[in-house]
Design a protein around this ligand. Structure first.
Ligand code: PMP
Ligand code: GLN
Length: 387
């Protein structure tokens, strides 16, 4: 019954692994959601908004309080000015922002460049829009961008490139040279960038996130997408947004008005007040907490025999398992969830051009309490070494 446009995409690996984790009582390091809540004050803010009568449909492009808070926050963090009324749109999570952007911009026959491994909704939405995806592959362990390969993907029908940085699942943060190279190609070929920056506040060590929209000539061709869920550890609130020039926001809004019309009103109001209330100190603490979880997971995976590509950003780690398992990523993920009691994501489904690049890797999420990570690592430590 499923449409031809969606037939190839099956069930999202996130849903598949999380349900296997529940079925087998495994510790879930697969799907990227925290096993803790954001600050309790956020729940108070949501209750206040509900008790204060914010319970009907919101303005479709975003609640006035939220678009104004986002304009202030983006000015402060990125030095980027967006008009709250015409250059910001609010969506049901970044997922809908990405969907509405692609559906709103693309025509059948257009081409879009995706960087693999990718977040799984990108190719599905390109297909739903009737467009065609072209792929550039990043390779374990450094995931450096091959600029020539990217340039080779661009043709006369290319409309857009989706750029996710900090990058899920690799944890790569694109550096200044890579961003400049991408920006140069976009200016030369008149391309739009869908910049998925949902992990913008999760960078480690010396890595810094820079939005491609801040590069010369890029603000007016970039839709910068982010989400409340990641930064405030409330992924179930599903409040996301896009910021960009009015014409691109209007295109995404054309799709949004018919997809969901608006995101949940009280949660938009709570998000607005949280963004104003939780500033630099909160973000510094968030990064510090994630740094501890990151170090614990990296050390534990290495001790268990994995080869780890230490992430500069996000809350994911890709780990190579040749020393532990002969088969592919799917068979190892199934073995881990059934026999060892730990769920991880087999990432070959995040590749289309070169899925073999993901077949010796697993993705582990560290948006989990230290006790959860410790318990998972003590299970993984029992894996026999093959080599
Ligand atoms: N983009 C990336 C790269 C992600 O990892 C996620 C994950 N959850 C999303 C978008 C979706 O964000 P949201 O939950 O706000 O829809
Ligand atoms: N972004 C989350 C991850 O990468 C999953 C979101 C989802 O389940 N769609 O694990």
């Amino acid at each position: 019954m499923t449409s031809q446009r969606l037939q190839d995409f099956g069930t999202s690996i996130f849903a598949e692994m999380s349900s296997l984790a529940i079925e087998h009582g495994a510790i879930n390091l697969s799907q990227g959601f925290p096993d803790f809540d954001g600050p309790p004050a956020l729940i108070e803010l949501a209750l206040e908004a509900m008790n204060g009568g914010q319970n009907q449909y919101a303005r479709s492009m975003g609640h006035p309080e939220l678009v104004q808070a986002l304009a202030r926050q983006t000015r402060e963090h990125h030095g980027l000015d967006y008009d709250p009324w015409s250059e910001i749109g609010v969506f049901c999570g970044a997922t809908e922002a990405i969907a509405a952007s692609l559906l709103g911009i693309l025509d059948p026959g257009d081409e879009v460049v995706l960087i693999e491994p990718f977040y799984d909704s990108y190719p599905a939405l390109v297909s739903l829009a009737g467009a065609t995806a072209r792929f550039v592959t990043l390779r374990f362990p450094d995931f450096a961008l091959d600029v020539q390969a990217l340039a080779d993907c661009i043709g006369p029908r290319t409309r857009a490139i989706v750029l996710n940085t900090p990058h899920n699942p690799s944890g790569k943060v694109f550096d200044a040279q890579e961003l400049e190279a991408i920006a140069g190609l976009c200016r030369r070929h008149d391309l739009i960038v869908i910049a998925d920056e949902v992990y913008e506040h999760l960078c480690f060590g010396r890595a810094r996130h820079r939005s491609i929209a801040t590069l010369p000539g890029m603000r007016d061709r970039t839709l910068r997408i982010s989400s409340f869920g990641k930064t405030f550890s409330m992924t179930g609130w599903k409040v996301g947004w896009a910021q960009g020039p009015a014409a691109l926001i209007a295109a995404a809004q054309s799709a949004h008005q018919f997809l969901t019309f608006c995101a949940a009103s009280p949660l938009q109001v709570a998000a607005a007040r949280a963004i104003d209330r939780f500033g630099g100190d909160y973000l510094a603490q968030l990064q510090q907490d994630y740094d501890r979880r990151r170090s614990l997971l990296i050390e534990g995976l290495e001790a268990a025999g994995f080869g780890v590509a230490a992430p500069d950003g996000t809350y994911f780690v890709l780990a190579e398992f040749s020393a532990l398992w002969e088969g592919d990523d799917r068979s190892f993920a199934e073995h881990l969830v059934r026999e060892i009691g730990v769920a991880a994501i087999p990432p070959s489904s995040f590749y289309r051009a070169e899925p073999e690049e993901g077949r010796r890797l697993l993705r582990f999420a560290f948006c989990k309490r230290l006790e959860t990570l410790e318990a998972a690592l003590s299970r993984l430590a029992r894996l026999p070494k093959r080599l």
